[in-house]
Design a protein around this ligand. Sequence first.
Ligand code: AMP
Length: 131
Amino acid sequence: MASIFTKIISGEIPCYKIAENDDFFAFLDINPNAKGHTLCIPKKEVNKIMDLDEETYLGLMAFSRKIGRALEKAVACKRVGMTVIGLEVPHVHVHLIPLNDMKDATFQQKVAFTDVEFKAIAESIKAELLY
Ligand code: AMP
């Protein structure tokens, strides 16, 4: 069965999309640790990051860096942290989290946004990708 993230890539499930290319896709986490929390995924559905082929792994890191640099400009933060967990969704994803405090990295404290706010955050990150 297709993962929830494969369904997001295909458009079957909606998301707040940031960017995509032939191999990778980025969108806002729906239950964010902090404003701008973004997920970067390979379109190829693989459960665990350590099982990715090297080309996809390196491509995912390069894609995540590009998105992370835009995120760092779009959202006020000390830095953007990168985490891979995958205990909830069995489709490789890199969490990019704007960090102001260690609590932002813990996945214990969540922040809520309205649909309008999520759209505005996504647009602000997309705008920084243009430069
Ligand atoms: P983990 O697998 O533990 O790395 O966590 C999965 C992450 O995916 C969590 O931070 C969820 O909030 C996020 N997530 C789950 N479903 C969706 C969705 N439909 N759209 C955006 N983010 C999601």
